[in-house]
Ligand binder design. Sequence first.
Ligand SMILES: [Cu+2]
Length: 164
Amino acid sequence: MKILKKKQTTALLCVAFLIGLASSALASGAHEGVMVENCRIRYIPAKEPKAAGYMAIHNHGSEARVLVSLSTDKAEKVEMHETLIEGNVAKMRQVNELAIPANGSLEMKSGGFHLMFQKISPDLKFGDSVKLILHFKDGAKVEAEAKVVSIHEDMDMRHEHMGH
Ligand SMILES: [Cu+2]
């Protein structure tokens, strides 16, 4: 397989994820070559009914793919945000499109591109899985499972992720 030549660990994780997703991804007509990894919602048990989300999207295809929206039945809406530093102040800006380059990937993370779940379901608990649908500009839909994590768990996951 071509992808195994690249970053082997990443490729293996993607393959493992794809196997898990196979039935639903095929059913939703997912385009080949887009894989979602390390998808999580950072839940803050507070009064604010919003939460940040992160994932890595790998595009193993030969054309760039453009993410235009996400949906879930566990939040009123899912916005795509970018964090910008202006002076000493971090500001967030909503973006309408996120491009994943051909044979490349987009890593969402704190301080960069991220998701913002608005009016997220108050029933969610740590460890829950939330089904997300990624909508691409070409009409393709890709399903992903986002895990609800605490900030501390998210930090641990990021360390593991950076390790490979
Ligand atoms: Cu934001």
